[in-house]
Every structure is written in C-alpha cells, then in structure tokens.
Design a protein around this ligand. Structure first.
Ligand code: ADP
Ligand code: MG
Length: 306
C-alpha cells in the first residue's frame, strides 16, 4: 500500500476539519481528492506530508508512519503545497539546485526534472518573471526532484488558463504512467474542486465533504453508470408532467428559465427523442446537449447542503 489513512481526525479548536477518515491508495494509483472549498482536502494532505499533526488516528506513506518516521515519509513524497510557495527572487535553476542540495540529491536530478517538466527554455529566468503555468511546473519539478514514489499535489491546476491546465494535467498523467518495463508509475494523490479534472487524470475519486468521505469509487465504475442527462432549452414553458412522457425519461428538473434536465436510464443517445417531443408539441429547441455527468451529478448531490 502506498498510502494508508486510518481513522484520521483533525480538530482546529472546536472545529472538526477531518472526521475519522480512512482509505488506502495502491502503488501506482492516481487518486483525485475532490471536494468543495473547506472540505478538509489541504488539511489531509498536510497531515500525509507531515506538515500537520492529526488530532487522532494515523497515516502511513510507503509504510512509514507520518508521526514517528517523518524523515522517511518526506523522502517518499513529493509535495506541491496549495498556492505553491516559491522564492520569486530566485532563478529557476538556482532554486532547483538549492533544493537538490537540501534533499541531498545530485545535480543530474535537476537536469532531469527540468527536461521532464518542460522548463528548459525558462530555467534561467527568475521565478517571479514566470507565468502561473510555468510556476506550477517549477513546483512540480521541485516535487519530483528526489524521485519520490508518491506525489501529493494540492490543487495543482487552480488558477491556470485552459492551455496551461491541459499541459499540467499531461505532466501529472505522465508521472503516474507505468514504465515501459511494466513497473508502476508514481502514486499520485491530488486535490481539486474541479470534477472534470478528476475525470481527465485519475483512476479513482474520493469525494470529501465537511471532513467526511462521501464517495470512494473507481472512475471506470462511474463511467459504466448508465444514467444520462439531456439538457434542453425550449422557447417556452413545458409542464414537467408532459416531459415525463418522453420514452425512458426518469426524472425532470427545471434549473432555470425554460432549461430542463431530463434524466434517462439508458446508454442510447436520447437527444433525438427530446427533439421529437419538441416537434410534436410545437416547441422550438434553443439548446440541446447530452451530459454523461454521473460524477458531476454525484458531486453536487453529495456536497450540497440539504
Ligand atoms: P480545503 O483544502 O478542502 O479547502 P482545508 O483543509 O483548507 O479545506 O480546511 C478545512 C476546514 O478547516 C475549513 O473550514 C478551514 O477554514 C479550517 N482550517 C484550515 N486550516 C485551519 C487553521 N490553521 N486553523 C483553523 N481552521 C483551519
Ligand atoms: Mg485546500
């Protein structure tokens, strides 16, 4: 087991940020810790990287205890903290060489991570001169520097523009990929509040809300979920009871104006049925799209206040 979390609780004064959390992460697994702001993601990641002590429970990384074997845990883990704190006055290469010395690893590692994270052209600039995307690369390069088997990344793509976001996701995916010889890639635990991120990068999702795990599932299992939502906007109001008559329609929601979410329990594309319905009822369709949003849906259901 690469990560083992057993019954971790963390209290800040009277507030319980984590409430008896337990889960395991297998070697080579890429796991997304998904939750709204304030769910307790950063708190958990800080505990796993030894920067914070749990109030009770315990956690192990590569079998090392986060409390009694801090040094070994730190050696096992590459950590990108939330907000990626960097020395803006330092040059990229200088910063990485400095950290290589701190970790006691060779200069070769710096060359390696610079190439791996696409920093070759930027490595003689000051960190403060870099774009946010490149700063994230520096943070990830830094996390990879001592070639840890476990990567813990706290909101690695928050604040990036869409291109940078794709680049950083690719970088994370490649770190998690198994090697050609079949040995597992790095174990990755990353936090995010964006569900598409989990779908794009992860093998597994753990949703956390108010300090509790509310879902822990493999993405493949979620993808096999047959539920489908067709979102449609008509030019006029439609009674939900009329929409219920569309074949296989299970549930209707009217989110805003004349926009309806129609839930179906089938894999077949139901947009044409909705189109036929509009045609038969003299309605015009202003927008129509199919959403395979099982994860999105679950996320909303599991993390909104009832
Ligand atoms: P997330 O990363 O999921 O947004 P955090 O782990 O940062 O959540 O925070 C979880 C909860 O704990 C929040 O309500 C936050 O305000 C609180 N919290 C986090 N750090 C501290 C701290 N140092 N002192 C007091 N409360 C904190
Ligand atoms: Mg956080």
């Amino acid at each position: 087991m690469a990560i083992k979390v057993s019954n971790i609780t963390k209290e800040y004064g009277s507030q319980k940020a984590l409430d008896a959390i337990s889960f395991d992460v297998k070697r080579g697994e890429v796991v997304g810790l998904l939750g709204p702001n304030g769910a307790g993601k950063s708190t958990l990641l800080k505990i796993l990287t030894t920067y914070l002590q749990a109030t009770s429970g315990n956690a192990r990384v590569n079998r090392f205890d986060v409390l009694s074997e801090k040094k070994q845990v730190q050696k096992s883990v590459g950590y990108l903290p939330e907000h990626n704190p960097l020395y803006l006055e330092m040059y990229v290469k200088e910063y990485l060489l400095f950290n290589a010395r701190v970790h006691g690893v060779s200069k070769n590692n710096v060359e390696k991570v610079v190439a791996q994270t696409g920093l070759l052209t930027e490595c003689y600039k000051k960190i403060g001169q870099l774009s946010k995307g490149y700063r994230q690369r520096v943070g990830i390069a830094n996390a990879l520097l001592h070639n840890p088997s476990v990567l813990i990344l706290d909101e690695p793509t928050t604040g990036l523009d869409p291109n940078q976001l794709l680049e950083i996701r690719d970088l994370i995916k490649s770190a998690g990929k198994p090697h050609p010889d079949g040995t597992p890639g790095k174990t990755v635990l990353l936090s995010t509040h964006i569900m598409q991120e989990v779908e794009a990068i992860c093998d597994r999702v753990i949703i956390i809300n108010k300090g509790k795990i509310v879902l822990d599932k493999n993405l493949n299992d979620l993808k096999n979920n047959k539920e489908q939502i067709v979102e449609v906007e008509f030019d006029y109001r439609v009674e939900e009871i009329a929409l219920q008559k569309i074949p296989k329609a299970k549930k209707i929601e009217n989110s805003v104006g004349f926009v309806y979410q129609i839930y179906f329990d089938t894999e077949a594309d139901m947009r044409s049925s909705v189109f036929d319905f509009a045609h038969d009822n003299g309605l015009k369709i202003l927008q129509l799209h199919q959403k395979n949003t099982s994860l999105e849906q679950l996320f909303v259901e599991l993390t909104t206040q009832k």
